[in-house]
Write a protein that binds this ligand. Structure first.
Ligand code: TTP
Ligand code: MG
Length: 319
């Protein structure tokens, strides 16, 4: 009996579906469907529901994908993070053109303006040969200022990668003769600018005499070269081992090494390996800096942490 009723309803449904299928145009409402054979009030309401929620879902989907695409586009601009990108989207910005020109309704920082201007160049990684050529040019100019300066190219280049997202340079100087590299950026940066190697400044160190200073900018190889990101970091000579580890990376390797240090009761950062660091048990915020026990060479830090030595090219995650 039950089967009989089910079978009847089934056949009725099939007939309704066939009738809707046969309709030459796409149904726009339940009311329109009501005119068809086999379509009753209940079915018309269902059709209304489907049309409404289907449209809504499509709209939601389109909105979510559009916002994701635009946010990603904006985050590709140097100096733009998730919050800014989302804010611009919510204010109606959709394209890079919306962000430029005199009619624009939003304010970009000077660094973001540079990032926008060279968007295409900066989205590209450079061949390692280009990173080396730029580094060699910088090194020659630096050595011309002070032959005792030590410059090392870090990051993906030191790990032996074929392409580099930017150029990371570590600059320091032995202090055995009582002198240091302090203040060298004051001379070096204008010389690099005059030589056409540096082209735009993104962030200038607040104190050029500080032994620990960071310059961020754009550079290029020759007048026809593409704009590339560059960081020049100066560090005290006695911290070079810890700095070499940190700026060689990669970031995953750094994180695991720091975790190992923490596990063994130490604390590792770009300045050195410390013991006796105390932290708030709840927030893990540092309460005291502890005592530095190693920082001059990478090897001594590896040794204390009982981590087998790894060449820079081994310090990258599997791809
Ligand atoms: P990056 O220049 O950002 O990275 P990279 O040189 O490894 O890769 P890319 O070719 O894309 O430039 O930073 C240099 C090193 O600094 C990085 O290898 C490890 C360290 N670092 C961290 O440990 N954590 C971080 O969040 C960042 C930004 C860098
Ligand atoms: Mg890099």
């Amino acid at each position: 009996m039950q089967q009989g009723i089910g079978g009847k309803r089934c056949r009725q449904h099939e007939a309704t579906i066939a009738s809707i299928r046969r309709h030459p145009t796409r149904l726009k409402s339940g009311k329109e469907a009501l005119k068809l054979r086999f379509v009753g009030q209940r079915m018309a309401e269902k059709i209304d529901d489907v049309i409404k929620t289907g449209n809504m879902r499509r709209l939601q989907y389109e909105e979510s994908t559009e916002s994701a695409i635009v946010t990603k586009l904006f985050m590709g601009i140097y100096g733009v993070g998730m919050t800014t990108a989302r804010d611009w989207y919510s204010r109606g910005m959709r394209t890079l053109d919306d962000l430029s020109g005199s009619h624009r309704r939003i304010v970009l920082t000077p660094a973001q303006q540079i990032g926008l201007k060279y968007y295409t160049d900066l989205a590209e990684r450079m061949p390692r040969s280009e990173a080396k050529a730029i580094f060699d040019a910088i090194k020659a100019i630096a050595i011309g200022i002070d032959p005792s300066l030590e410059l090392t190219i870090m990051g993906s280049y030191r790990r032996g990668q074929e392409t580099c997202g930017d150029i990371d340079i570590l600059l320091t100087r032995p202090t055995i003769d009582g002198r240091s590299h302090s203040g060298v950026l004051r001379k070096l940066l204008p010389k690099l600018r005059a030589a056409g190697v540096l082209t735009e400044d993104l962030s200038y160190p607040s104190d050029l005499d500080d032994e620990e200073a960071k310059y961020m900018g754009l550079c290029r190889l020759g007048h026809e070269g593409k704009m590339r990101r560059i960081d020049i970091l100066t560090i005290p000579y006695h911290q070079r081992g810890a700095a070499l580890i940190y700026f060689t990376g990669d970031d995953v390797f750094n994180r695991s090494l720091r975790l190992k240090a923490r596990h063994d009761g130490y604390s590792l950062n770009q300045r050195g390996l410390f013991t006796g660091v105390t932290r708030d048990p709840k927030t893990k915020v540092k309460l005291s800096n502890g005592i530095i026990i190693a920082s001059e060479t990478e090897r001594e830090i590896f040794n204390i942490l009982k981590v087998p030595w790894q060449e820079p090219h081994q310090r990258r995650r599997a791809t």
